[in-house]
Design a protein around this ligand. Structure first.
Ligand code: PEP
Length: 253
């Protein structure tokens, strides 16, 4: 499978900025050997889907409600977004730690997104405190297990995982450092073994991305780590040129 790199624009950019920057990325990115996604603010999903139409780039949902429809004022469902989307993030650390999404709710969202026909990128990662007491692997294992327990056996082929240690996510602060390559290698190897144990041969249909302060300066080093099959990029994806430099660091074979 191609590596996958996603720009997560969070609650940034007006519609004009989003359309302009998505068009610029589409113009500069070489998508022959990489799957490239853009996750705009949900209100611009339709506009960005139109901008990316025919370019080979993917439109990604940042988050949505776990129900397909209903009396949920202010909410939007994966079903409503599916006509304008190819993939969906679930369980991003800001959803878990700012909005309180539990492992159980994340699993329901993964099911809902897949039922709407979207490939799911399940975001997982431990907090600094969890890591310091030695719980990193068990936290990540529980986050993945709750989704694997919930989705159909054949739906694992519509799943990717993004390992994003909470303490390495920049939140727009350029001074935050990514995890060390040793730490990334150790957790990606753990996730790969767990996926192999849980889903057997299909594990190689699941890409494991790294996220957390990926920038043009460190992307090549991070992509060289074994078991890293792409990246989820926040802050450094806001500038199209910087995001394209990250894409250019992906090894093409
Ligand atoms: C993210 O929010 O998914 C992320 C990885 O952000 P950043 O690249 O800014 O650390």
């Amino acid at each position: 499978m191609n590596p996958l790199v996603i720009a997560n624009w969070k609650m940034h950019k007006s519609v004009e900025e989003s359309v302009r920057d998505a068009a610029r990325i589409a113009e500069l990115a070489d998508v022959r050997h990489i799957d490239v996604g853009i996750a705009p603010s949900i209100v611009w999903q339709k506009a960005i889907h139109g901008t990316l139409h025919g370019t080979g780039l993917l439109t990604v949902v940042q988050d949505a409600h776990s129900e397909p429809s209903g009396a949920y004022t202010g909410a939007v469902s994966f079903d409503q977004l599916a006509p304008f989307s190819d993939m969906a993030l679930v369980g991003h650390s800001e959803r878990r730690h700012v909005f309180g999404d539990s492992d159980e709710l994340v699993a329901l969202k993964a099911q809902a997104a897949q039922r709407a026909g979207l490939r799911v990128v399940l975001c997982v990662g431990e907090t600094r405190e969890e890591r310091e007491v030695g719980d990193g692997e068990s936290v990540v294992r529980a986050q993945i297990a709750s989704v694997l327990d919930a989705v159909d056996a054949n739906a694992v082929e519509m799943l990717d995982v993004a390992y994003e240690p909470v303490w390495a996510i920049s939140g727009g602060d350029a001074s935050v450092e990514p995890a060390t390559t040793d730490a990334i290698a150790a957790m990606h190897s753990f996730i790969r073994s767990f996926l192999r144990e849980r889903v057997g041969e299909s594990h190689d249909r699941i890409r494991v991305l790294y996220g957390g302060s990926v920038k043009p300066e460190n992307a090549m080093e991070i992509f060289a780590v074994s078991d890293v099959q792409g990246a989820l990029v926040g802050g450094a994806s806001l500038d199209p040129e910087s995001f394209v430099q990250i894409l250019e660091a992906v090894p093409t074979c």
